[in-house]
Write a protein that binds this ligand. Structure first.
Ligand SMILES: Cc1cc2nc3c(=O)[nH]c(=O)nc-3n(C[C@H](O)[C@H](O)[C@H](O)COP(=O)(O)OP(=O)(O)OC[C@H]3O[C@@H](n4cnc5c(N)ncnc54)[C@H](O)[C@@H]3O)c2cc1C
Length: 385
């Protein structure tokens, strides 16, 4: 064997899985097809502190470009709900370097420029073909991003609703003072069906603009172009320079499917565990369980299902409630979205706390008290669309 565990892909989840497994004593190889981890950079570069706290990670200002105070959620009519919650705009390259260093320090054998091309499992041993030869182990952790090729080769379907991946185009843009505000802005409505368009200021004249769209194909450039025009109108700008564009898929509403099999676990975006902080937490759970399995010499699917159980306990309800909310949003008309959001406009929403089910109940009770008919908006989730 080349290692106890081979981790494929230095995604945020893969880095955490490799780090945690090595810290618990496993002998780990992490392979990443990029020559340098974090370069080229992934477009995901913002998160809320709350997400990171749940992963038990401390934010290091060394990779933060800008500290933000929260987000405005903007309705189609322009009404706003304000969420106060510390957040960060990251230098994603530095962020990835920071965690790659932790992984190396934990004793992981990090091999960059190595791409997994094929995988075969025979008599309990994985043979992983790469551009640099074959690697063998009894255990593989897959974190190669959405539409995981390696999970597919092993016959696994780690994403339950792949057609609900949100396809995105995000661009770094420049205009005078565009980076100065200290709140993100998320716009919901039929101009970005299924999720949102975004404005994320990152200091000075720089910001990013993005659209995240579900069920309209993978090329969302027309939605993006329309969003830039709309944004210019909203902000009264004559011109915005687009510096660079990125595209990709975010499995925000796609829900983890088959993420465990004998000797294999799937984590991060490959397993629809969307969001940098949440993916990292899932990767930690995955790495911890993998190290226990190695220590006990038991890599059976039954033993590994502890990973699934831990994830379910922490996030299952939240992801399912999130999916229901995004499905309702996808099917609502702009008028319905406006009516629903009016209930929350100008309100102090700090009472929405607790576990996801409690949060959903408190939100429901609030809507019932303030405007019972607004709850009917959720009927949209039942529409065929
Ligand atoms: C445009 C966009 C913007 C987003 N913005 C945010 C955001 O601001 N905040 C947030 O929390 N979430 C954001 N997301 C969601 C976010 O992408 C994911 O939640 C998170 O980055 C998880 O990453 P991942 O697991 O998908 O893997 P990735 O980050 O895609 O990592 C997969 C890694 O595996 C490597 N790899 C792939 N195949 C192989 C192979 N065969 N062999 C070796 N290595 C391989 C790749 O090179 C890559 O490094 C965004 C998503 C998109 C598409």
């Amino acid at each position: 064997m080349d290692a106890d565990i081979i981790v494929i892909g230095a995604s945020p989840a893969g880095l955490m899985a490799a780090r945690n497994a090595a810290l618990k004593g496993a002998n780990v190889i992490l392979i990443e097809r990029k020559e340098v981890i974090g370069n080229p950079t992934h477009p995901a570069n913002t998160f809320f502190k709350g997400m990171f706290d749940r992963a038990g990670e401390t934010v290091d200002q060394g990779y933060v470009i800008k500290n933000l105070k929260g987000a405005h959620i903007v309705a189609p009519s322009g009404g706003e709900v304000v969420i106060q919650s510390p957040a960060y705009f990251l230098d994603r390259k530095k962020f990835d370097e920071y965690y790659a260093q932790q992984v190396r320090k934990a004793g992981v054998d990090v091999r960059t420029g190595i791409e997994a091309l094929n995988v075969i499992r025979s008599e309990g041993i994985f043979s992983l073909s790469t551009n640099e030869g074959i690697l063998k182990s009894k255990f593989v952790i897959i974190s190669d991003g959405i539409n995981s090729r390696i999970a597919g080769l092993l016959g696994m379907k780690p994403i339950k609703y792949p057609r609900d991946i949100a396809w995105s185009m995000e661009a770094e843009v420049e205009a005078p003072g565009l980076g100065e505000p200290d709140m993100f802005e998320y716009y919901v409505g039929n101009h970005a069906p299924g999720w949102k368009s975004t404005y994320s200021p990152c200091g000075g004249d720089r910001a990013t603009l993005g659209v995240y769209v579900r069920r309209h194909g993978t090329d969302v450039s027309s939605f993006f172009d329309a969003w830039v025009e709309r944004f210019k109108n909203i902000k009264g700008l004559n011109d915005i320079s687009v510096i660079s564009k990125s595209v990709g898929g975010d499995p925000i509403a796609a829900i983890p499917g088959e993420i465990v099999a004998e000797g294999v676990m799937v984590t991060g975006g490959s397993a629809a565990q969307s969001g940098i902080g949440y993916a990292m937490h899932a990767g930690q759970m995955c790495g911890d369980v993998a190290a226990d399995a190695i220590a006990k010499g038991n890599v059976s699917a039954t033993f590994l299902s502890q990973y699934r159980k831990r994830w379910n306990q922490e996030y299952r309800n939240e992801y399912y409630l999130g999916r229901i909310a995004l499905e309702a949003l996808r099917k609502m008309t702009d008028k319905e979205i406006d009516a629903m959001m009016q209930v929350f406009e100008g309100e102090d929403l700090s009472f929405i706390q607790g576990n996801p089910v409690v949060k959903a109940m408190r939100t429901g009770m609030f809507m019932l008290k303030k405007k019972p008919s607004s709850l009917l908006a959720y009927r949209a989730a039942l529409r065929r669309k």
